[in-house]
Ligand binder design. Structure first.
Ligand SMILES: Cc1cc2nc3c(=O)[nH]c(=O)nc-3n(C[C@H](O)[C@H](O)[C@H](O)COP(=O)(O)OP(=O)(O)OC[C@H]3O[C@@H](n4cnc5c(N)ncnc54)[C@H](O)[C@@H]3O)c2cc1C
Length: 491
């Protein structure tokens, strides 16, 4: 092993850990640098009042045998270490509570078709079209195709067409499109911005199979970090990268806040592209590249609370609930509810997430996390009280329930350095299609970018995007062999 085989990865979220584990398995000497005290990025939960509060993993799709996330987890060697609850036992993965109806998003495309026909009996043509699009997306959503089929053809109409445009063309009622676009909350874009392929592939991953972790995000993050260390990888925490070293348009390594200098011919940035930009020397990039990245629009901010709720009042369910306040779609005012078991006897965790525009909070951004002023805390308490009331609207009176914590877009600025507190990174909207097309590429030799902004958000989207970049770094046959050596089903 020599310096030629050293790799530095900036950021220890799912993107950084996926890259780290695969490269360590291939024999590279890998160092992951993480600014936070503990590794894991958005995967990691945190403890308040003795209860684990989840951040960036509520449920994941495609973990059944032969499905994409399962194949990736098997490759990484973490499958089987993460305890999971298969969702859909009660015929429900997501329960949508609308003012005039309840709709169950079920496990599997067949049941979805049935539920849609039952709820919208006059729209069988539109439902037929939507289901046929989802069926073909399900067929194409294969790791083998996405990673290893050189001749894969991309359907431009799926890339450039917004979901709204598609629904307009089909002549869907506002109610039907409202139901179908509810899961967009997870991508952080609205239906007039969301490319059809992003919507159909996100939905497809959950239609394949849906899973809720039975461990905390902290345990999940530790499983990834532990696996990486087992393979000889090193994680430096609590020390941020302050500079990426570049000479003659080729990366040389990084400098850390502590002053430590790490050299390597390969650096993988698994942080937001705008943050990567800030770490590069002024003269390393053409102004056009800088302008393209700095002008990218972010996904919207979110506001969330965690509550402790007596388990007789709010029992644990494997399904999630979406509560829609307004009658007129598009359903702004959507609140997402999820329950988790806790270590506190008799109590479950109830987490609520809703829109939290950055504009509402940005006036306090210059204050530091531990010294936010009184008016910020009051504003946060007011928003938290509104969400607390919403929980009572859904579950009835909640005697004994109490607030554990609340977070705003500024919390994401502090935890992840997220520009404008965006929860899901850069907006992969139709409007930004060309600007975001090659965010993984940089004009600096040896510097690559991965992470949720570069391909697609979510655990699956981020890991998948990372593997696509790794196949370019290592060569496709090398990555392919990793899968075939393990005899991973479906590759
Ligand atoms: C509230 C919420 C709920 C979500 N729920 C789900 C869900 O249920 N299912 C799902 O699939 N996805 C979910 N997601 C999305 C998913 O969590 C993310 O898409 C994914 O975790 C992003 O991973 P990443 O590696 O790109 O980034 P991150 O996890 O943000 O990792 C980047 C890391 O880089 C570090 N860093 C930044 N700058 C530096 C620096 N200069 N030096 C060193 N380190 C640095 C940060 O501290 C961070 O740890 C959710 C996201 C949010 C916000």
């Amino acid at each position: 092993m020599n310096d030629r085989d050293s790799v530095i990865i900036i950021g220890s979220g799912i993107g950084g850990m996926t890259a780290g584990i695969v490269l360590a398995k291939l024999g590279y000497r890998v160092t992951v640098v993480e600014k936070n005290k503990l590794p894991g990025g958005l995967m990691r939960s945190y403890t308040r009042k003795g209860i684990e509060c989840e951040v960036g993993i509520h449920y994941v799709g495609a973990l059944d045998a032969g499905q994409p996330l399962r194949q990736i987890f098997e490759l990484l060697g973490v499958y089987g270490r993460i305890p999971l609850d298969r969702m859909g036992d009660e015929g429900i993965v997501d329960k949508y509570l609308l003012p005039d109806m309840t709709f169950h998003f079920p496990p599997g495309i067949g049941l979805l078709e049935e539920n849609l026909h039952r709820a919208f009996p006059t729209e069988s043509r539109q439902i037929g079209e939507v289901i046929s699009l989802l069926r073909s997306s399900l067929q194409q959503f294969s790791l083998k195709e996405i990673l290893f089929n050189k001749n894969q053809e991309f359907d431009l109409s799926l890339q450039l067409q917004s979901l709204d445009h598609y629904f307009d063309k089909l002549g869907c009622s506002r109610e039907l499109r409202g139901i179908l676009s509810l899961p967009l909350g997870w991508i952080g874009v609205n239906s007039d911005e969301c490319p059809l392929y992003l919507w159909s592939s996100s939905l497809s991953s959950y239609l394949m199979s849906s899973w809720k972790p039975l461990c905390s995000g902290a345990e999940w993050a530790d499983i990834f970090a532990g696996r990486f260390r087992e393979l000889g990888g090193e994680i430096i925490c609590d020390d941020r990268v302050t500079n990426i070293l570049v000479q003659d348009r080729t990366v040389q390594g990084v400098v850390l806040k502590s002053g430590k200098r790490l050299t390597a011919p390969l650096v993988i940035s698994s942080i937001h592209p705008k943050l990567m930009l800030r770490l590069l020397p002024d003269d390393a990039l053409k102004p056009s590249f800088r302008n393209r990245i700095s002008s990218l629009k972010e996904t919207r901010g979110i506001f969330g609370i965690h509550m402790a709720v007596p388990e007789q009042t709010v029992p644990y369910h494997s399904y999630n609930t979406f509560f829609v306040e307004y009658k007129q779609p598009p359903y702004s005012g959507v609140t997402f509810f999820i329950t988790r078991k806790t270590v506190k006897t008799g109590y479950n965790l109830l987490s609520l997430i809703t829109d939290g525009p950055y504009e509402k909070w940005k006036k306090w951004e210059q204050t530091t996390k531990d010294h936010r002023p009184q008016d910020y805390r009051e504003a946060k308490d007011r928003e938290a009280a509104v969400l607390f009331d919403r929980a009572s609207q859904v579950f009835g009176p909640l005697p004994g329930a109490y607030l554990i914590d609340a977070y705003t877009p500024l919390s994401f600025c502090a935890w992840m350095d997220s520009p404008e507190g965006g929860a899901y990174g850069v907006s992969r909207s139709v409007q930004q299609k060309f600007k975001t097309a090659a965010l993984h590429r940089t004009p600096i030799g040896g510097l690559h970018a991965v992470g949720q902004s570069t391909f697609a958000p979510g655990i699956l989207g981020t890991a998948l995007g990372t593997l696509r970049v790794l196949s370019q770094i290592t060569g496709t046959p090398v990555l392919h062999k990793q899968f075939t050596d393990l005899k991973i089903q479906g590759i």
